[in-house]
Design a protein around this ligand. Sequence first.
Ligand SMILES: NC(=O)c1ccc[n+]([C@@H]2O[C@H](COP(=O)([O-])OP(=O)(O)OC[C@H]3O[C@@H](n4cnc5c(N)ncnc54)[C@H](OP(=O)(O)O)[C@@H]3O)[C@@H](O)[C@H]2O)c1
Length: 245
Amino acid sequence: METLQNKTAIITGASSGIGKAIAHHLASHGANVVLAARRSEKLKELSDEVKKDYSVDTKVIETDVTKKEDLENLVKETKEAFGSVDIFVNNAGVMLLSFLKNDHVDEWEQMVDVNIKGVLFGIHASLPTMIEQESGHVINISSVAGHEVFPSSAVYSATKYAVRALSMGMEKELSSTGVRVTNISPGAVDTELTDHITDGDVLDMFKGRSTQTLNAEDIAKAVTYAVTQPDYVDVNEVMVRPMQK
Ligand SMILES: NC(=O)c1ccc[n+]([C@@H]2O[C@H](COP(=O)([O-])OP(=O)(O)OC[C@H]3O[C@@H](n4cnc5c(N)ncnc54)[C@H](OP(=O)(O)O)[C@@H]3O)[C@@H](O)[C@H]2O)c1
């Protein structure tokens, strides 16, 4: 396993769930971590935890991934502080499941803005630096819903299929540049993701249903696996699902 010492990782959506676990796990392997999301208080708490637990540097940068300038600033401030961007984790996302017939058009737009445009802005902001460095690793967090569609996931799945298509394009276009890309597709993970669902029909559908879930750390381990391979190894696709009870 390669060490992550002196590497710098930017993680979007680091204020909770999978992003927070990725920050912990990469820091535990020696990476300096730049924590990005909108809730800067949560990021500051995480930064304190990480500094206390591991001998790495951290930086908190309040970021809304729907704003291109925020992503440009995120990379600029990271380079000023650490000199390089070695890992960029496009993790921020929302899953506002709803049935198409219920016409939650504002939520469709929000998912497109965060899950697709947010990832595109992350690529826009980080790729020129990685290409210039002739090294770097972009991790895109898609989903099992980027491989399958289920009732109420049509729009969410569309955004996660888009993330996977971007990852596949990046693999093909970047393999001679020194920049690696990994698409990670988690199954159900126990996080805040479902707390924001507003469609009553979806909430009714899930009522009383108990499904086996993964821990956020299970996904963080997959990220660390991908970024600690020797530099000639490009881990392009990882799917991690919970076993069913
Ligand atoms: N949990 C699962 O079962 C599961 C399964 C497959 C894939 N995923 C994917 O995993 C990723 C992380 O989700 P999670 O499960 O960890 O959910 P979560 O706990 O709700 O975390 C979502 C993160 O995204 C951030 N975010 C949302 N909108 C943002 C915006 N406009 N700008 C910046 N950050 C924003 C949130 O931070 P702020 O609110 O502070 O901005 C939060 O840190 C998502 O892409 C999700 O689609 C999750």
